[in-house]
Write a protein that binds this ligand. Sequence first.
Ligand SMILES: *[C@@H]1O[C@H](CO)[C@@H](O)[C@H](O)[C@H]1NC(C)=O
Ligand SMILES: *[C@@H]1O[C@H](CO)[C@@H](O)[C@H](O)[C@H]1NC(C)=O
Ligand SMILES: *[C@@H]1O[C@H](CO)[C@@H](O)[C@H](O)[C@H]1NC(C)=O
Ligand SMILES: *[C@@H]1O[C@H](CO)[C@@H](O)[C@H](O)[C@H]1NC(C)=O
Ligand SMILES: *[C@@H]1O[C@H](CO)[C@@H](O)[C@H](O)[C@H]1NC(C)=O
Ligand SMILES: *[C@@H]1O[C@H](CO)[C@@H](O)[C@H](O)[C@H]1NC(C)=O
Ligand SMILES: *[C@@H]1O[C@H](CO)[C@@H](O)[C@H](O)[C@H]1NC(C)=O
Length: 884
Amino acid sequence: MVKFCALILNTLLQISYINSLQRLILNGYWNLEDSNAKYTNLTGTIPGGIYTDLQNSNVINNIFVGSNDVDTRWVSKLNWNYSRCFEVNEKLFYHDQIYLVFEGIDTFAEVLVNGQTVGTTNNMFVRYEFDVKDQIEFGKNCILVHFKSPVERADFFAKRQDKYYSVLPKCVPNEYHGECHVNHIRKMQASFSWDWGPAFPSMGIWKMVYLEAYNHTIIKDVTVKIEDLGDKWMFNLKTYMQLNKLKCLSGSLLIKLSTDFETIEYMHEINQKDKIQEFEDHRQFQIRKEKFTLWWPNGYGEQKLYKLKVQFVSSDNQETTIKRLRVGIRKIELVQERLAEEGFNFFFKVNDIPIFAKGTNMIPISILPELGQDIKKIRYLLQSCKDVHMNMIRIWGGGVYESDELYSVADEMGILIWQDFMFACSMYPTNEEFLNTVKMEVQQQIRRLQHHASIAIWAGNNENEAALVQNWYGTDANFTLYKKDYIKLYVDTVRSVALMNDDSRPFLVSSPTNGIKSEESGFIAKNPQDQLNGDVHYYNYVMDGWDQNIYPVARFVSEYGYQSMPFLESLLKATNDNTDIIIGSKFMEHRQHSPGGFATMQTLISKRLQLPDQNSANFTKAFIFYSQISQAMSIKIETEYYRQWQNKTNSVGKGNTMGALYWQLNDVWAAPSWSGIDFYGNWKMLHYYAKDFFAPVIVTAHVLVNREINVYIISDLLHPVYDAKLTMYTYNWNSFNPIASVSRSVDVLHGSQLVYSFWYDKSKLQCDARTNCFIYFILKNNKDELIAPVNFVLPDALKTSNIEHANVRIRSINQVTAEKFSIQIETNAIAAFVWLQTDIQGSFSRNGFIMVDKICEVFFIGSTTVHELKTSINITHLKHLDYA
Ligand SMILES: *[C@@H]1O[C@H](CO)[C@@H](O)[C@H](O)[C@H]1NC(C)=O
Ligand SMILES: *[C@@H]1O[C@H](CO)[C@@H](O)[C@H](O)[C@H]1NC(C)=O
Ligand SMILES: *[C@@H]1O[C@H](CO)[C@@H](O)[C@H](O)[C@H]1NC(C)=O
Ligand SMILES: *[C@@H]1O[C@H](CO)[C@@H](O)[C@H](O)[C@H]1NC(C)=O
Ligand SMILES: *[C@@H]1O[C@H](CO)[C@@H](O)[C@H](O)[C@H]1NC(C)=O
Ligand SMILES: *[C@@H]1O[C@H](CO)[C@@H](O)[C@H](O)[C@H]1NC(C)=O
Ligand SMILES: *[C@@H]1O[C@H](CO)[C@@H](O)[C@H](O)[C@H]1NC(C)=O
């Protein structure tokens, strides 16, 4: 298990000067009080936020414990003042232009410098730059940022809007314990609650704040479009500069780009004839392809990044401004071609290679924006994605545009990013004020992020086309009106600003959509969930998730999932009262935001597994473990199904599936949720299973309704593996000796191949009627090495299979290398879902597996000792007496 380290903010007052462009960083300790002076003399830390500051000042307790989310809600209903004084020296003061820059301010604030208002803010996704030349004094200056309650503001805007018509929905379900009207404000939509998270309507200066002074220019952003010209790459660079409005810009722009062999430099003069405030420099240059190594997604090759430096030196040599980036050389396309049968296909191509997108959806790194920039946590989560063969994550539209660090780490690890714009599950206003701030937001975010090789696609919103068309919130009564708003916001505004600033990658208006087909029908399709076009989101909470036949055959599935419980140990960090850890307790109900969520989980579990009696002392423990088994198994079976359809279609033209991004990677508190990694960084069984079901080569079976079993081998490898050997064993649950085995010689080719079909006929197979059978697959190359994870199918429900209460124990632990430990496990009978757990940071080579041999070996990777591991490791499995 892995624990996240809390974000350690540099609490020293930071002041630094950069080159001759003067930058006075104002991060550090500020004074904090509420507007009415009830809570005074507190310390705020910048970058930061009100909840973190009040916790550090002991005004409120740990917000992630108990019902503190609701108990501290008053914080979000007050107005808060952050203030500090600072010295401005001569060097900074004598400049034509002095700006106060907030890289991120959450959300409604009035900013005063030396008592004079210099600006107001209303969008946490926008960088604000206030001209303070007239307010700044030589020597001592004071700044005050007065934050207004976002809950009160949202309410105000909703009421104002209601005079015309209501922008729906009016509020979140009661189970969310949330706040209403977040769709009226440009703030992390989940900060007013979600079905997996608490409401913390935050306030604060969540990114850097500084004074910036110059006489010539500042380079704000650089975007890079790389085009394929056959034997050369064409680089299209746009440099966005902010100028001195009193002067004509004059100087030279120097571009330096590293290649595999040298650094190439380009220089040109800029002599502006007009006094303007902004300037866009456009440059194009061509470089031969041999000078670069391509950037590839995880699993396809390396992630080479090249340094790009853009520097402006003023003609009087007094001022320099620099922007440094790292770029990856790659081509990316979203292919949507009309198919012979029906509809359009929908897949990503990188460097001309079609990529089956394997991954997950990411919710915000933290529900508190200031903690979302924790680089350790970002690295941990993305490394966890890389470790389980993911190549794409979707940054979902209800959170934030994440930090620069996150996209840089994704560049380094080859994790493609499907980037939503921050609109989710709602109608939105379209008044001029709202549209204007959205334009600014889209422009700034695209210019900030455009150069990242990892970003594969922009998408306008999450599920808003579906919400409108499927009348989720009662918009049908005035459909035309809401449709007009939809087009105005996502097509005329978000899409058009996005394409204006970046035409180097695809843009989708929504997810799910029919893609090109939605565009043809005026961006609103009759059925945005059409399986023949674009992407779909699929959830089903009534049917048996272990039955592959319930799942859609779609082109691309960008969301699908099931809830499970977090670990007992994680829940015990959110309460120290053991009586809270009971399914049905007030504490548990409080943390279950999905209406009927426990019943849904129980339904899923009980289709296949036998929970102990509801009143048994062991019920909750079993519920926690079984919920994780059911989640892992359902998503495994669902994902394998999507991979089976990779390059085949059925009689109505469905198929050619090329993406599986399950919901959801991470958590923002300890609660039941769809995550594969819990709030404290522990991998649930699902995340371990992802390592197998996303492996480059898999063996997988489809159990048809008529009990025919089709076995597929699926390979993402670009090279074939000839003469491999597939062996299938049939086991009764009560014996280590398989009752049948079949071997086949196969060539493992790119794509999905049906390699074997048979009937699951129990009497013919000599399956014990009481214990039932399962089938176990092993795929090896001609050197007898495994080339795919071992896999299994369970044709019968385990609740009707008489599986023994095996005695599974750790036999020995030995150190292999500094951070690798070999664990010998022993059992006296076949054991299902053998699960290892320890509170030491690290991970197991496999987990949640079926043990078909008396002894097996698992590795633990982590920094520890044999003794520590021995005393902390626990082992359990499906039929452990704990769950009787
Ligand atoms: C907080 O700032 C507001 C706006 O400037 C001001 O009206 C109010 O008096 C301030 N509150 C305190 C306690 O200083
Ligand atoms: C404010 O806090 C500081 C240190 O915490 C203390 O020394 C000072 O007396 C306090 N001032 C007021 C007005 O409470
Ligand atoms: C910036 O320009 C002002 C005149 O507008 C001049 O007084 C000052 O010295 C210049 N600063 C630098 C660093 O060149
Ligand atoms: C539809 O919206 C218009 C305002 O544009 C309003 O006058 C009308 O009452 C609304 N109709 C319904 C059924 O809500
Ligand atoms: C899919 O890929 C496999 C393996 O390369 C190949 O055998 C099969 O013919 C392909 N199917 C279709 C429909 O192209
Ligand atoms: C493992 O079991 C021991 C006692 O057997 C217990 O103290 C420890 O907390 C358990 N650890 C985990 C991670 O479950
Ligand atoms: C509950 O768990 C305990 C501890 O593992 C076990 O001894 C017991 O048999 C289980 N079943 C019941 C019904 O208590």
